[in-house]
Ligand binder design. Structure first.
Ligand code: PBG
Length: 338
């Protein structure tokens, strides 16, 4: 009596052969994660010597510019190519029109200037959006009904990007999802001589609940209250629409495109990379980070293994790089000899 009935081609085809030893597993490995793939997002605040923990993002702190410098140096040492800056703006500077965003001496331009002076070889990326600066927490200027007005918002975004470019930023990343903003930024940057300032467009950015901890970090959660961003960020139910968004941004001059959030949208990342072949990035957002941190703090997941697996998944899906709050932790692991 035989309990095991093999298929016709068995045992000629044995996929497990290639998995038998570490050396073959490495030899046939299709994708690898390197530190060159990582962009590290950080939160900055006014002051000196400030390290404010963000409770919903264990391990993440809001840092004053001076406190950020050692972090930037660490990124350089680890080989992380780009640091991405997000401001937590003092509430007395927040207004309905978010005009502080365009202040050439505001927190962000000062941080950019300082970083580019000290560490010119470290890439600096700045977010172009008004939510950290508006008293209502929306990414733009609103009318009486709370609707975010497209063109008036784009006008402020252009001024914001110019202030950042003037400060020497390498990459501007519009995360606002207004129509036509990439083209408007490109024209204004070129007209002012910033022909090398790159645009990484948050092209397929969804109206996601995974941004919760970020909104705590920049302090826009309370102001936003119960309102949402569904009239400008994409519907999580839509996939084909992401391709139209990306196509528009490429036409308008985007140098790199992004899909956000990350893990729940790997299908979109794959589609975008296959359709356009552009440098394509994924943003592993605050909520994704918080989930992994919380589950590992409870001993339910192996932190390092899940972190590395989640990052590798972006590469496998076709991503060229990842914005991730894990960048430093992952880079440290990648540096360790096998
Ligand atoms: C600002 C912006 C957001 C994020 C990046 N830029 C929040 C939002 O759109 O509400 C989210 C990043 C994260 O959750 O880690 N427009």
């Amino acid at each position: 009596m035989t309990a095991f009935l093999p298929q016709a081609d068995f045992p000629a085809a044995r996929p497990r052969r290639n998995r038998h030893d570490d050396f073959t597993r490495r030899l046939v490995r299709e994708h690898t994660l390197t530190t060159d793939d990582l962009i590290y997002p950080v939160f900055i605040v006014e002051g000196t010597g400030v390290h404010q923990p963000v409770p919903s993002m264990p391990g993440v702190e809001r840092l004053s510019i001076d406190a950020l410098l050692p972090v930037a140096e660490q990124c350089l040492e680890l080989g992380i190519p780009v640091l991405s800056l997000f401001p937590a703006i003092e509430s007395h500077l927040k207004t309905p029109d978010g005009i502080e965003a365009a202040n050439p001496d505001g927190l962000m331009p000062r941080a950019v200037r300082e970083l580019k002076t000290r560490f010119p070889e470290l890439g600096i990326l700045t977010d172009v959006a008004l939510d950290p600066y508006t008293s209502h927490g929306q990414d733009g200027i609103i009318d009486d009904t709370g609707y975010v007005l497209n063109e008036p918002t784009v006008e402020v975004l252009v001024r914001q990007a110019l202030a950042q470019a003037q400060a020497g930023v390498d990459i501007v990343a519009p995360s606002d999802m207004m129509d036509g903003r990439v083209g408007a930024l490109r024209r204004a940057l070129d007209a002012n001589g910033f022909i090398h300032t790159r645009i990484m467009a948050y092209s397929a950015k969804y109206a996601s609940a995974f941004y919760g901890p970020f909104r705590d970090a920049v302090g826009s959660a309370t102001n936003l209250g119960k309102s949402n961003k569904a009239t400008y960020q994409m519907d999580p139910a839509n996939r084909a629409e992401a391709l139209r968004e990306v196509a528009a941004d490429i036409r308008e001059g985007a140098d790199m495109v992004m899909v956000k959030p990350g893990m729940p949208y790997l299908d979109v990342l794959r589609d975008v990379k296959l359709a356009f072949g552009m440098p394509t990035f994924a943003y592993q957002v605050s909520g994704e980070y918080a989930m992994i941190k919380a589950a590992s703090a409870n001993g339910w997941l192996d932190h390092d293994k899940v972190m590395m697996e989640s990052l590798l998944a972006f590469k496998r899906a076709g991503g060229d790089g990842i914005l991730t709050y894990f960048a430093i932790e992952a880079a440290k692991l990648l540096r360790q000899p096998r």
